[in-house]
Ligand binder design. Structure first.
Ligand SMILES: NC(=O)c1ccc[n+]([C@@H]2O[C@H](COP(=O)([O-])OP(=O)(O)OC[C@H]3O[C@@H](n4cnc5c(N)ncnc54)[C@H](O)[C@@H]3O)[C@@H](O)[C@H]2O)c1
Length: 246
């Protein structure tokens, strides 16, 4: 049976860990060729485990030159880009807004928000040449509910939603879809270093009383990336175990 991404080429950022690594593995299993991009170097291990359909690429998504080089690497290796997943992010320091360091705000914005603009800015012309594509941007439930001490993270995640909706409307008639994934708490690198009592509090606030496994979010990414979601664009989809329904 053909995979759900058979013949497609996907570029995934933040693919060295957590949700991005899980998506890289799943997308390849479903027939895609994947560029797994990350700043950490861990993308090499992810790609090695997956095999020859996964090309690791070291990139800092906050740098325009790196983002363009990442997309060019996909074009050179695989000839086109059908899917872009802007997924890399950091949580940043956890400090109340009245004390939040300006430089830290700029750093979080560059990695989480500006990077999504850069990815779309340079992938869209390539996708248009190819007749269209699917953009999946990883936001967070922090785009719809506030997390005290995380003003930069929440702001960046909220901005992703509107950037994506603009692209969805601009390019809907040209074959590009753009959607947003808003995960609740997921067991990944980003949550691994958060204070234990903070994580316990988060878990208690989830009606399902647990955090997600990265594959549960990757499955939503796969659905939005592939043609099964062909009439979905500009949608922001929560995957949060009921957290924001309370
Ligand atoms: N884990 C959660 O609870 C949760 C909840 C909501 C949203 N998210 C979002 O999911 C996405 C994936 O995060 P995750 O939870 O898998 O965390 P993770 O830390 O496991 O993965 C993030 C990856 O991004 C990479 N990265 C960081 N800065 C980068 C940069 N400048 N350039 C390139 N790569 C960079 C890291 O090296 C890491 O491999 C993020 O957008 C995050 O905000 C996560």
């Amino acid at each position: 049976m053909a995979g759900r991404l058979e013949g497609k080429v996907a570029v995934i950022t933040g693919a060295g860990s957590g949700i991005g690594a899980s998506m890289a593995e799943l997308f390849c299993r479903e027939g895609a060729k994947v560029v797994a991009a990350d700043i950490s170097g861990r993308q090499d291990d992810v790609a090695k485990k997956i095999g020859s359909n996964c090309l690791p690429f070291q990139a800092d998504v906050s740098k325009s030159s790196d983002v363009q080089a990442m997309l060019n690497a996909a074009m050179t290796a695989f000839g086109k880009i059908d899917v872009l997943v802007n997924n890399a992010a950091i949580d940043g320091e956890m400090v109340p807004t009245g004390e939040y360091p300006e430089e830290e705000f700029d750093r979080v914005w560059a990695i989480n928000g500006r990077s999504v603009f850069l990815g779309m800015r340079y992938a869209i012309p390539l996708m248009l040449k190819n007749g269209g594509g699917s953009i999946v941007n990883t936001s967070s439930m922090a785009s719809v509910v506030a997390f005290p001490t995380m003003p930069a993270y929440c702001a960046s995640k909220g901005a992703i939603t509107m950037m994506t909706k603009v692209v969805a409307v601009e390019y809907a008639a040209k074959g590009i879809r753009a959607n947003i994934i808003c995960p609740g708490p997921v067991v990944t690198g980003i949550t691994a270093h958060m204070p234990a009592e903070y994580i316990e509090g988060v878990k208690k606030a989830v009606p399902m009383n647990r955090m997600a496994d990265p594959i549960e979010v990757a499955n939503l990414g796969l659905f939005l990336a592939c043609d099964e979601s062909s009439f979905i664009t500009g949608s922001s989809i929560l995957i949060d175990g009921g957290y924001t329904s309370l």
